[in-house]
Ligand binder design. Structure first.
Ligand code: ADP
Ligand code: ZN
Length: 532
């Protein structure tokens, strides 16, 4: 309403050019800046790399007073402040990494109005010292970065984010509030707007599509070999390989090192100086590849990453799109490849089960676990879908595209569609007989009528289903099961066991199970050794 705009710069374009060196705004940026300068709250959901920071940094420079940016990550704050200072913007941060002395200095300078932008950790907001400081200065805007952290529906809920709400209340004059996130489903979006009390905000959702990214899911028998081949075929390209665990990082790193491939590695088990070294080696192109857990990447702005390979399936689409989105920030064509094996689901279940939930009320734990599990299932279905991968991702983030992109692993794959309803029903009968105790290996062996000791041991050789599909190829049966899981007729339980899902629809004779198959599925099968 009565926002004061200083006269230092004439237009947002001027700030963009003078301070940041860019000529044009990216889609969405200008509208957000204008809305803020009009005194309107803003809520923007934009993917990683879209350029959210400038959306609040530019108005911050044009408004009188100071902009507070609430941000959850210390490393991110430091990076942002460093690059702002380099651009000639007076900015600072207040978080637990500051020494008492630096804290004192920062507070003093803030009080003197020396900063245009102050980053602050959410835990700090409601401390006595900070409240006093906040009341003594003119806060024109509060920016909430990673705004999804305020939602209990989101995956990184941080109770300390609720302090923002309290903090705004105790300020005499309510500043403009702008909130940004890269990941928010519809529920989370509504929650953010409501919790932060945004009043008639300008909302921008989208720009999620990154046209230069090529999405692909592969299920190689040997992931290490796949990666070695990929690197051999893409020499000198910069890439990130994400693994689910430190152990995977270490072993893949060893394998690459053995082959003489210059890679860096990164995980939280390494000490700070090792990590810094590895990060620099990668960022400054001394090593073109980094093998890492998802600890790597926060705040890393390396533009020429040509591929992001996921050695394991991540825990959620949010994670996946954020990590994969680190490819191709320069706008050039880049690949995002997910290597899937059913084992990944087991690993992720374990990781979620043992996830550290720091400041969460135990009462919320059940709900959080449940939601984690749902997100994992959505991720799993991404690996099974034979539809357009790009559309699958965009739909999850709220963008509906009618037509397949014609430029992803699935769109480019030759699928033949077969009606496998009969086999599907037989498999379901077998799962029923197995009483949800066994994984796909045993189920497939059973319907194939394999003569293995294990089948005898579990009594599957006596099932009615034993041998009923002995004329069908194993890989085809895998596809059928994939499809049954995808359509929720079957459910994958702990330890990968197959359980009955909702099969009511299948009772309708008009319902069929169509399975898309690839060329690989049609190749003759290698004889399998059977251990008697
Ligand atoms: P996000 O926070 O959305 O992940 P950033 O704010 O870190 O993205 O921006 C990603 C990169 O894009 C940064 O290197 C930034 O300088 C650059 N960038 C942002 N806006 C523009 C623009 N209008 N023109 C060119 N580059 C831009
Ligand atoms: Zn597609």
């Amino acid at each position: 309403d009565n926002l004061n705009i200083n006269k230092k710069y004439k237009t947002p374009e001027e700030v963009l050019k003078v301070l940041f060196g860019y000529d044009t705004f990216r889609p969405g940026q200008k509208d957000i800046v204008d809305a803020i300068l009009d005194g309107r709250d803003v809520f923007a959901v934009m993917p990683t790399g879209a350029g959210k920071s400038l959306c609040y940094q530019i108005p911050a420079m044009m408004l009188d007073g100071i902009t507070l940016v609430v941000s959850p990550l210390i490393s991110l704050m430091q990076d942002q402040v460093n690059s702002l200072n380099e651009a000639g913007v007076s900015a600072a941060y207040i978080n637990s990494s500051l020494s008492d002395r630096d804290l004192f200095e920062t507070v003093k300078k803030t009080g003197n109005g020396e900063f245009k932008i102050l980053y602050v950790a959410p835990e700090r907001l409601m401390t006595e010292g900070f409240i006093e400081l906040a009341k003594s200065v003119n806060i024109s805007m509060i920016t909430v970065d990673e705004a999804h952290c305020i939602s209990q529906w989101g995956q990184d809920f941080r109770p300390s984010y609720m302090k923002i709400v309290e903090f705004v209340k105790i300020l005499g004059k309510r500043p403009v509030i702008s909130a940004f996130t890269a990941t928010a489903t519809e529920t989370v979006r509504e929650d953010i707007v409501c919790t932060l009390g945004l009043g008639n905000p300008y909302v921008l959702i989208g720009g999620f599509d990154r046209e230069n990214l090529y999405f692909q899911v592969d299920k190689p028998k040997n992931k290490e070999q796949y990666i070695l081949d990929y690197i051999a075929n893409h020499p000198n390209e910069s890439g990130i390989i994400y693994c689910a665990t430190r152990k995977n990082v270490d072993s893949l790193y060893e394998i690459l090192a053995d082959k003489g491939i210059a890679a860096a590695k990164y995980h939280a088990g390494m000490n700070a100086s090792e990590r810094k070294q590895m990060q620099d080696d990668f960022v400054f192109d001394y090593k073109s590849i980094v093998v890492s857990t998802n600890a790597f990447g926060m705040g890393i702005d390396k533009s020429n990453v040509r591929f992001v390979i996921h050695y394991n399936m991540p825990q959620s689409m949010e994670n996946y799109y954020q990590e994969a989105g680190r490819a191709g920030r320069d706008g050039l064509d880049s690949k995002c490849i997910l290597l899937f094996s059913p084992q990944d689901i087991v690993i992720n279940r374990f990781l979620l089960e043992h996830k550290e939930v720091a400041d969460i009320d135990p009462a919320d734990l059940e709900t959080i676990k449940e939601r984690d599990n749902q997100r994992l299932q959505v991720m799993e279905r991404y690996c099974y879908t034979t539809g357009c991968l790009r559309n699958y991702i965009l739909k999850y983030f709220g963008e509906n595209h009618e037509n397949p992109c014609e430029d992803c692993g699935n769109c480019n794959r030759e699928f033949e569609t077969l009606d496998m309803t009969d086999a599907a029903k037989k498999i379901i009968n077998c799962v029923y007989e197995a009483k949800g105790r066994y994984g796909r290996g045993i189920i497939i062996d059973t319907v194939l009528g394999a003569k293995t000791a294990r089948l005898k041991e579990v009594g599957a050789t006596n099932y009615k289903s034993y041998g009923v599909l002995n004329s069908i190829k194993r890989s085809m049966l895998m596809r059928v099961i994939d499809q049954l899981v995808y359509e929720k007729y079957l459910v994958v339980g702990d330890y990968q066991v197959l359980k009955m899902g909702d099969i009511r629809r299948l009772k309708d004779s008009a319902t069929s199970v169509m399975v898309k198959i690839t060329d690989e599925d049609k190749r003759p099968e290698k004889a399998r050794k059977v251990n008697k």
